[in-house]
Ligand binder design. Structure first.
Ligand code: AMP
Length: 278
């Protein structure tokens, strides 16, 4: 496994594998089994596997969140070595953005609600960094987690907008035994918030069982009551959305594929999760 921090060096290495199937997993590091599941899939399906570790400043709307984001590159590299990665790309901010990236992406509205509404500029930053990384790595296939459900729609919209020749593979959410979706941010949870956090998935599961008896709005009330019951967690939003357009629906007949997406404040930590409702 080679660890590379320089764009030109990575491109040289990858140029030598141009005829091969290159699988790419972009991450922000602090790796866990969710990330590793994406990497294992890439390893099974591709000739070469590239993983990037880059905490992208342009997607953080909250400077404190950027500052506190966990960083542990040596431990990450040890994990990646264990799953057979060929190249770990660990660039500096200057390598990714030699000059300020002022591109504004038109993402067809998939970026407007939910995370887009509560984190202004976040998805534009995601589109900036992923397009830049795709340009550097030129992957055949790129792997993304369903945990960031809206992000996948943003990536697909960005790929379509820029006509990038890459296959996007979406990997199901990996969870702790108690149901909490794995996230790099989980290590930042206080013991009290960590103990309460499984409520999020419990509420999503119970909402799933109440379709179609309850309307999307009815579900929102049920979920909010469940998640907030012990006064530790606070629901930032819950929305039932069309799984392709990310537009929220008022009734179950509005779409054949509906996902329930939630964001929760757990102390200083923001957690997201989602579940298929239809
Ligand atoms: P991040 O490092 O948080 O930017 O995540 C990098 C990739 O891993 C993204 O495509 C995430 O959606 C994915 N990912 C993060 N957590 C999970 C999880 N619990 N299950 C599956 N994929 C995940």
């Amino acid at each position: 496994m080679r660890i590379i921090d320089n764009v030109l060096e990575l491109q040289q290495e990858l140029g030598a594998c141009a005829a091969e199937k290159i699988g790419f997993v972009p991450t922000m590091g602090a790796l866990h089994n969710g990330h590793l599941t994406l990497v294992r899939q890439a390893r099974e399906q591709c000739d070469r596997v590239v993983v990037s570790i880059f905490v992208n400043p342009t997607q953080f709307n909250d400077p404190k969140d950027l500052e506190c984001y966990p960083r542990q590159v040596s431990a990450d590299c040890a994990l990646l070595e264990g799953v057979g990665v060929d190249f770990v790309f660990v660039p500096s901010v200057e390598q990714i953005y030699p000059e300020r990236d002022s591109r504004i992406f038109e993402l067809g509205g998939v970026d407007a609600g939910m995370e887009g509404a509560s984190r202004p500029g976040h998805f534009n930053g995601v589109a900036q960094v992923v397009s830049r990384l795709f340009d550097i790595v030129k992957p055949t296939v790129a792997y993304f987690g369903e945990k960031d459900f809206q992000q996948v729609a943003v990536i697909k919209a960005m790929v379509a907008q820029l006509s990038i020749d890459v296959k996007i593979v979406v990997v199901p959410i990996v969870r702790e035994e108690d149901g909490l979706a794995l996230s790099s941010r989980n290590v930042l949870l206080t013991a009290e918030c960590r103990a309460a956090a499984p409520k999020i998935y419990q509420a999503l599961r119970s909402a799933q069982k109440r379709v179609p008896q309850f309307s999307p709005l009815g579900l929102k009330a049920i979920i909010t009551d469940m998640v907030e019951a012990d006064g530790i967690l606070k629901v930032i939003y819950f929305e039932a959305v069309d799984a392709a357009t990310m537009q929220s629906v008022d009734s179950w007949s509005e779409s054949d594929n509906i996902q329930g997406c939630i964001a929760v404040q757990a102390g200083a930590v923001r957690l997201i999760d989602n579940i298929k409702l239809k």
